[in-house]
Design a protein around this ligand. Structure first.
Ligand SMILES: NC(=O)c1ccc[n+]([C@@H]2O[C@H](COP(=O)([O-])OP(=O)(O)OC[C@H]3O[C@@H](n4cnc5c(N)ncnc54)[C@H](OP(=O)(O)O)[C@@H]3O)[C@@H](O)[C@H]2O)c1
Length: 244
């Protein structure tokens, strides 16, 4: 299902920095009527508020807290496009001392966070015939040893995204699964990614993918290499109409 951001109301979790902030900027550049900035610290969106005035509305939200996300959904009943961008990365291999603690935190934010957001907004998205955009990763389809726990969480969020695609399709709601490679953000820097592309590549890609009605987006050059290798599996298994 194709959806243009022009004249739409959007909501972005983790909108204050990195890829989330770039999504806000791209959506407004392409004509979004209003963007809700769903963030943990309302003071962190001051620069966006100064730049965009009444086109942005800051709402406090923590994706690790189900009540906070239910509250958020009550405050944004006019939203057409929900972008679940908030995420964390801990550097841990399966043999790291902190592996269990890292995976627990990553599952809470990256996986249960998606469940909380999808369920809290399901009714509104159905009523508005909108779209859910989930920030997954190339790490959803390939595990990099020293960030194995993060990859496990992103594989799990991708798996849920596939289920959401089918269940939301019955309600007339589109789902887009976004799979960037390394991107130049605070997270990218903490992971030691060098010469990574700008977050704008991801945010502009999301606008186009929504218009095209795509399910997957592999926005940057490295991600597109993954896409080329993954395409056949995706066509024949992931997006194929298979039942068990
Ligand atoms: N950068 C990459 O290379 C890359 C590649 C593929 C996928 N991704 C995915 O893209 C998304 C954005 O990544 P990024 O690089 O922009 O990360 P980032 O620079 O570290 O920013 C993370 C954002 O998530 C927010 N956040 C974290 N925990 C939260 C919580 N419990 N509730 C609400 N918001 C929370 C942060 O808010 P605070 O400011 O309050 O901490 C911040 O706005 C993530 O899902 C990430 O996994 C990133």
């Amino acid at each position: 299902m194709s959806i243009s951001v022009n004249n739409k109301v959007a909501l972005v979790t983790g909108a204050n920095r990195g890829i989330g902030k770039a999504i806000v900027e791209s959506f407004l550049k392409h004509g979004a009527k209003k963007v809700y900035l769903a963030v943990r610290d309302p003071a962190s969106t001051k620069a966006l508020e100064d730049q965009f005035g009444s086109k942005v509305v800051t709402l406090r939200a923590d994706v690790s807290d189900a009540d906070s996300i239910k509250q958020l959904a009550k405050q944004a009943k006019d939203v057409d496009i929900v972008v679940n961008n908030a995420g964390i990365m801990r550097l841990a291999s399966p043999l790291s001392e902190n592996a269990e603690e890292a995976l627990t935190q990553e599952l809470d934010i990256n996986v249960f966070g998606l469940l909380r957001v999808a369920n809290a907004f399901a009714e509104t998205l159905e009523a508005n015939k909108g779209a859910l955009v989930q920030l997954n990763s190339i790490a959803s389809i390939k595990t990099f040893a020293d960030m194995s726990t993060y990859c496990a969480s992103k594989a799990a969020s991708y798996s849920l995204t596939q289920g959401l695609k089918d269940k939301f399709a019955e309600k007339g709601v589109s789902v887009l699964s976004v799979h960037p490679g390394p991107i130049a953000t605070d997270m990218g820097e903490s992971a030691g990614f060098e010469d990574a592309p700008d977050a704008t590549l991801v945010s502009e890609g999301i606008v186009t993918a929504l218009e095209n009605g795509d399910f997957h987006l592999f926005p940057d050059e490295l991600a597109k290499q993954f896409e080329a290798a993954y395409q056949s599996f995706s066509d024949n298994i992931i997006t194929a109409n298979l039942s068990v």
